[in-house]
Design a protein around this ligand. Structure first.
Ligand code: NDP
Length: 313
């Protein structure tokens, strides 16, 4: 059997995320000098879903590492919706907290929509509040969902100008596919959002200069769906059985071994989009803190923020 060398450039999400965290850490230091306080991020976890526990622990550690104040509120699974709304109201009113994130999913007896809508939009660092969703889609300054922001930063790490390119996103969720479409539009891409009802998906994906897969189906996007030279951003995180009994491994929504032979650049799973999400959350928290103190203009705009006049985009 002949083994061909991979053709695509690997997009190293760990390295790009580390650079972004270093940039945020510098911004945090400058913020502390100006205001005498650290930006504060509150993460609320209801119940003890094991995956959520891991995310929350990682968020807390990385928040502290960039010099921010990290507050973790762990509430029991039987917490009522009213008690959670009270907690959110208290964080909304706390001037030391600039970003609030309620870890999803919430237990079934709590209405997630109602909780998200209770977070003040200026502290909504997940970017899920309808006000931020509306601001993003109407081209105003918004807090933008973290995973899609990370995708744009990764795509731009290999192609600074995305303008005019055909982008196909597979997946139309509110947390990834739809906001990613808005961000790619802002980059002047021609955007198609594909989903489970899309006809002839392989053919739709084949016309893309930029493919973003956010489906949740292991290795669904095959190598022969990819246009030679395309940028492939794989958002999927799927746990599948590994060779040995009882062992598992993570794969994306793209068949990496095939796509890497065709694409121009590709994100691996793990180590691609995943590490960007928390880094972008920290960037959002710093932006929210600066906005609360009227010095947002000192920041480099995050994806989705209109460049300020006189600044290069
Ligand atoms: P959702 O389940 O909310 O959405 C999946 C989307 O994929 C839907 O729009 C669905 O279409 C579409 N879809 C499902 N099956 C097909 C199919 N056969 N053909 C075409 N489209 C299909 O998922 P999320 O957006 O929340 O997450 C997607 C993936 O990204 C998951 O693997 C998740 O784990 C991962 N993820 C990773 C993050 C990170 O930090 N890296 C963060 C968030 C998610 P329809 O709307 O028609 O049902």
């Amino acid at each position: 059997m002949t083994v061909t060398a991979p053709k695509a450039r690997l997009i190293d999400g760990k390295a790009v995320a580390a650079d972004l965290r270093a940039e945020v850490a510098q911004g945090v230091e400058a913020f502390k000098k100006r205001h005498g306080i650290a930006p504060g991020l509150a993460v609320v976890l209801v119940g003890n879903d094991p995956a959520s526990e891991v995310y929350v622990r990682n968020k807390g550690r990385q928040t502290r590492e960039v010099g921010m104040n990290s507050v973790e509120d762990r509430l029991p699974a039987e917490t009522t919706e009213a008690a959670l709304l009270d907690k959110v109201a208290a964080l909304n009113a706390d001037p030391t907290i600039h970003g609030i994130l309620v870890q999803l999913p919430l237990p079934g007896h709590i209405d997630e929509r109602r909780v998200i809508e209770a977070i003040t939009p200026e502290k909504d660092v997940d970017g899920f509040h309808p006000i931020n969703v509306g601001r993003l889609s109407s081209g105003e300054k918004a807090l933008v969902p973290c995973t899609p922001s990370g995708c744009i930063i990764l795509a731009k790490s290999v192609a600074t100008d995305l303008s005019g390119r055909e982008a196909v996103i597979v997946g139309r969720s509110n947390i990834v596919g739809k906001p990613l479409a808005q961000l790619l539009l802002r980059e002047n891409c021609t955007v198609t959002i594909a989903h489970s009802r899309t006809r002839d998906l392989p053919q739709v994906v084949r016309r893309a200069d930029i493919v973003c897969a956010a489906v949740g189906r292991p290795e669904m996007v095959r190598g022969d769906w990819i246009m030679p030279g395309a940028i492939v951003i794989d958002v999927g995180i799927n746990r599948v059985p590994a060779g040995e009994p009882g062992k598992t491994r993570l794969v994306g929504d793209v068949a990496f071994d095939e796509a890497v032979q065709v694409a121009g650049a590709i994100t691996p799973v793990p180590g691609g989009v995943g590490p960007m999400t928390i880094a972008c959350l920290l960037q959002n928290t710093l932006a929210a803190a600066c906005a609360a103190h009227d010095d947002a203009d000192r920041l480099r705009p995050a994806p989705g923020q209109a460049p300020r006049s006189g600044q290069p985009s």
